[in-house]
Design a protein around this ligand. Structure first.
Ligand code: HQG
Length: 183
């Protein structure tokens, strides 16, 4: 599989394992897991050829380690980023570093500086430890801008933080008071 095919398949897996499993007749449990055989069969009905080797290769090559396989190798899940309502991943709660970063596009700034950061269709607001990742995330939607979040101060005031298996930081929402623009 070349890089382009891997990327394409990764996008497909993100779509069904995070957002719309029903489009290929798949069910995710509360922890996001689904049976790999059902995934292969469901994808085939949509004319998309998947097999274990392809899936393994996408899992291994995912730059952000988006997916994980169960120990017995029978199931797969996305480790974060879900919007599917049946999924309620029990992420481990953790004390965050002093600052975390959120990448967004300049066109969202006005609204964010009014309402704070909201999760939108996903289950959490996504934050990263470094600004480089935040820039890449923001670039997907337009001219990127990085927001600096006072995560430790939020935590000390009772806001919960979680770190997903792939190190992405998650929280429910970020009020305006903890957000500043990073230059
Ligand atoms: C913005 C990728 C207006 C928010 C990334 C973002 C991430 C607001 C967009 C993961 C707002 C939602 C998630 C407000 C937030 N007003 N806009 N009040 N609050 N927004 O894609 O964080 O490559 O759902 O800034 O790396 O961009 O897919 O969230 O621009 O970890 O694995 O609303 O997806 O990972 O967009 O990205 P998204 P996100 P993967």
């Amino acid at each position: 599989m070349n890089k382009k095919q891997l990327n394409e398949t990764s996008k497909f897996l993100s779509f069904v394992l995070r957002h719309e499993p029903q489009t290929i007749g798949l069910q995710l449990d509360a922890e996001g897991w689904t049976d790999i055989n059902s995934l292969i069969t469901g994808a085939a009905k949509e004319g998309r050829v998947l097999d274990r080797a392809i899936i393994q290769s996408v899992v291994n090559n995912s730059d952000k380690k988006r997916f994980s396989l169960s120990d017995d190798g029978l199931r797969i899940r996305a480790v974060q980023g879900h919007s599917a309502p049946d999924v309620n991943l029990q992420h481990i709660e953790k004390e965050p570093p002093e600052f975390l970063y959120h990448g967004t596009a300049t066109r969202f700034l006005e609204s964010i500086l009014q309402q704070g950061l909201i999760a939108g269709s996903r289950h959490h607001v996504h934050l990263s430890q470094e600004t480089l990742t935040a820039i890449a995330v923001g670039q997907r939607y337009g001219k990127p801008v990085v927001l600096k979040i006072e995560s430790l101060r939020m935590y000390q005031q009772g806001f919960k933080f979680f770190q997903a298996e792939n190190s992405v930081w998650l929280t429910e929402a970020v009020p305006v008071d903890f957000i500043s623009k990073q230059n």
